[in-house]
Design a protein around this ligand. Structure first.
Ligand code: TRP
Length: 320
């Protein structure tokens, strides 16, 4: 039994398909027989969301959606900001993290290149993520490939700590990466909240339909043959279709007489079919917020106890 852990930022209003296939599906593959934890990274979201109503609503939606997807109560779900000693561990780790390491961070460099309004939280984000992972003796972290550097940093930071204090305090985590290619968004770029090009199972049906119909394709007419491998709509059909559907639609693309509009309608139906149980359960949970709140409270109790244990060792090592 391994400790497996991952997190989702509460930056968007809903879990979107990028989160789902990039993080949730690989995480779920590793929950079986393991001690699995997933949480909503609301402290990380503070680097970009400075609106209390929005942060609160996003958190509430995403926590409810996670509970709907992970019906099995053996999976721990919790809220990052409920963990009392996390900011302390973040600070302690920042005092041994080499500045030169942080200067290599891709995510920060990208944010800088975009000319975004940068705060220190964007810069120290990987250290908080290292604290998230090192604070609970986590062994495996299922994440999307875009998080590779963050996992490497976490290991580098743990090693820097071990060198500085000449003892092994932290469990060395390993990243486990799904084989999922980065999901295209509606506009063909990576699906992301920050590009506003996402679709979620949890939006209303009309919004999902409109979004699916707006997926960008080339301008080939109905009759022309098309290449399924170069089409975002087909990339989604691969995820949601049955084997037969995938083969038969690929065939229709190649022969022609099948337009992108047809493919989008087929995709919409597939998404609805795939997510019906999640949406039904989410609707039930919205009517019973106590179930979600109790689950998060239990998660916080367990995870606080776990971090307290690790922090004993950290205090001992540092002399605090
Ligand atoms: N950085 C992750 C993302 O953007 C979210 C995250 C924060 C995380 N802390 C984590 C993921 C710890 C795994 C483990 O998706």
């Amino acid at each position: 039994m391994k400790r497996v852990f991952t997190g989702i930022k509460a930056t968007g209003d809903h879990l979107h398909l990028g989160n789902y296939f990039g993080t949730i599906v690989p995480f779920r593959e590793h929950t079986q027989g393991n001690d699995a934890m997933i949480w909503v990274a609301d402290l990380h979201s503070l680097t970009s969301v400075h609106d209390s109503g929005k942060l609160g609503a996003n958190f509430h939606n995403i926590a409810t959606e996670l509970c709907a997807i992970f019906d099995d109560e053996a999976i721990t779900i919790f809220r990052q900001s409920d963990i009392r000693q996390l900011p302390l561990l973040h600070w302690i780790l920042s005092t041994i993290t080499p500045h030169s390491l942080m200067l290599r961070a891709h995510a920060f460099k990208d944010a800088q290149a975009k000319g975004s309004d940068l705060n220190m939280g964007v810069f120290t984000y990987p250290i908080l993520m290292a604290a998230d992972i090192l604070g609970y003796d986590i062994e495996q972290v299922p994440v999307g490939k875009d998080q590779t550097q963050h996992i490497e940093f976490t290991r580098d930071i743990a090693e820097a700590f071990h060198r500085a204090y000449d003892r092994e305090v932290f469990t060395m985590p390993e990243g486990v990466y799904g084989d999922m290619p980065t999901l295209p968004g509606l506009d063909g770029r990576k699906m992301s909240k920050s590009y506003d090009n996402f679709v979620s199972f949890f939006e209303d049906e009309e919004t999902i339909r409109k979004k699916v119909m707006s997926i960008v394709t080339d301008s080939k007419g109905v009759d022309e043959p098309k290449n399924p491998d170069e089409c975002s709509v087909f990339a989604f059909i691969r995820l949601f279709g049955t084997e037969e559907e995938i083969v038969s639609i690929a065939q229709k693309y190649r022969t022609g007489g099948y337009g992108y509009g047809h493919a989008k309608l087929a995709l919409y139906d597939m998404i609805m079919r795939y997510s019906v149980a999640y949406r039904t359960r989410r609707d039930e949970l919205l009517k019973k917020p106590d179930i979600v709140r109790d689950r998060l409270d239990r998660g916080a109790d367990l995870m606080n106890a776990r971090m307290d244990e690790v922090m004993e060792r950290v205090r001992d090592a540092t002399g605090l």
